[in-house]
Design a protein around this ligand. Structure first.
Ligand code: FHN
Length: 437
């Protein structure tokens, strides 16, 4: 019965959507969506969670493709997924204490396994695992309760579904799927599952798509899917990790393991920086999904400086953890997030609600601004005098943020030179608060 209702809801929405799909479609974000974009830009810091049955093997979220595990074999994994120690309250509290304002969790990753009680497919956590509970529902309720927004990561790429055809760059013949299929049937299935997520889990802060890069030339019916999402929840922010310029219908732009405009990972070669709200996502170690051997954990300084740099580039920072199969987050990552929260409690005012600028990023650091305040975030500087260019505003005062310690400065044709004695410098971030007029 529920399946029929959902398919009807999806079809009605689809009829609505398809009947208006057209070449000259121009996406007009709703007032609610524009308000949520503002909220997003002020939020600045979120928790990314890559969690799924792949966590059981402790070898990251690409284990099915990397080890060339056929579908029929991989389908044995859910039987071992028993996260008895999963505690949504603990996860949300941890994110909140770290200074994070939203959580983005994998609803479905490339392995095609649904982490919620999907009526569209029984390849899900409720029907296929001994645990049998809808962790997304538990998390959505807890986020609602604690005032944290919940976003769903959703993979367009699918190594399990037979109609994800023609295959793409990954998930080839080793999956053992028949060498035929109908991509439109797969996209109908994807839209039906998205309809479930957008009609059964409260307010959805956003949908974080990933995987189009597997078949970059395919017709992904984006207009249809984006219209469906905004017809079900106009305020939901859509972003897609396709590594190219944003498409119509998208509300924010993400950059994987890079600051906007940078391309250290090779992902962002084609990616021009658009005018939408921006977000940089990064791993807390070197893995997205739980990886037993990965002890390349970042330090508090790495994380804080990344948050600050992202803010200087006018972008959010989405920091990832890969929970363990028992439902716990690795203790090293819990400790790192706690330390980060201590810093955000002390200096968050120079991040939350700010915008990047007025100066673009420099070797010594970045600037953020809010109202008549400009914050110089000096991340690496070895001298006691720093000269920055003027930008047309007069400096009324300068001080070490969070103290009443004035910072001496002179303004002249060469710019603004500030005297920052070593004793005032902080190895993580020396924040100079300028009051401007
Ligand atoms: O393949 C995925 C990967 O597993 C992970 O989800 C990251 C997150 O940004 N995105 C893809 C790699 O680009």
């Amino acid at each position: 019965m529920k399946k029929l209702f959902l398919l009807n809801a999806c079809c009605i929405a689809m009829v609505l959507v398809t009947s208006t799909s057209s070449a000259q479609w121009k996406y007009e974000p709703s007032p609610e969506n524009l308000k949520n974009r503002e909220w997003f830009q002020n939020a600045k810091f979120g928790l990314f969670i890559h969690w799924g049955v792949y966590s059981v093997l402790g070898d990251g979220e690409w284990v099915m493709n990397n080890r060339q595990i056929p579908v029929r074999t991989y389908e044995k994994l859910p039987a071992f997924f028993t996260p008895a120690a999963f505690d949504a309250r603990e996860w949300v509290q941890m994110a909140k204490d770290a200074g994070m304002k939203y959580i983005t969790i994998t609803s479905k990753h490339h392995d095609g396994f649904a982490m919620w009680d999907s009526k569209v497919s029984d390849y899900n956590i409720v029907r296929r695992t001994p645990y049998g509970k809808d962790v997304l529902k538990m998390l959505a309720d807890e986020c609602q309760r604690q005032g944290i927004k919940l976003f769903f990561y959703h993979s367009q790429l699918d190594w399990h579904h037979p109609d994800y055809f023609p295959r793409g760059r990954t998930g080839g013949d080793f999956t053992g799927r028949p060498a035929q299929g109908d991509m439109n049937k797969y996209l109908d299935y994807m839209d039906a599952q998205l309809t479930e997520l957008l009609t059964g889990y409260g307010d959805v802060g956003g949908i974080w798509f990933d995987g189009m890069w597997d078949k970059p030339d395919a017709d992904w019916r984006l207009e249809r899917t984006y219209k469906l999402i905004h017809s079900l929840q106009p305020g939901t922010l859509i972003g897609s990790n396709h590594h190219v310029a944003p498409y119509d219908g998208e509300d924010f732009q993400m950059f994987e393991k890079d600051l906007p405009g940078h391309n250290t990972t090779g992902f962002s070669g084609e990616q021009t920086v658009g005018t939408l709200a921006k977000e940089t996502c990064e791993t807390i170690n070197h893995s997205w999904g739980f990886n037993l051997k990965d002890d390349q954990h970042k330090t508090k300084k790495d994380i804080v400086q990344y948050i600050v740099k992202a803010a200087g580039y006018d972008a959010n920072f989405l920091l990832n953890v890969g929970p363990m199969p028992n439902g716990k987050i690795q203790p090293e990552h819990v400790a790192l997030l706690k330390e980060t929260g201590d810093w955000m409690r002390s200096y968050g005012e120079t991040i939350y609600g700010t915008r990047g600028g007025p100066l673009t990023a420099r070797d010594w650091g970045v600037t953020t601004q809010k109202g008549n305040k400009v914050y110089l975030h000096i991340l690496q500087w070895f001298d006691e005098a720093l000269t920055i260019p003027s930008w047309g505003k007069k400096i009324r005062s300068a001080k070490i943020h969070g103290s009443n310690t004035p910072v001496r400065f002179i303004e002249n044709e060469f710019g603004i030179t500030l005297k920052i004695p070593k004793s005032m410098q902080d190895p993580v971030d020396t924040i100079i608060e300028l009051e401007v007029r």
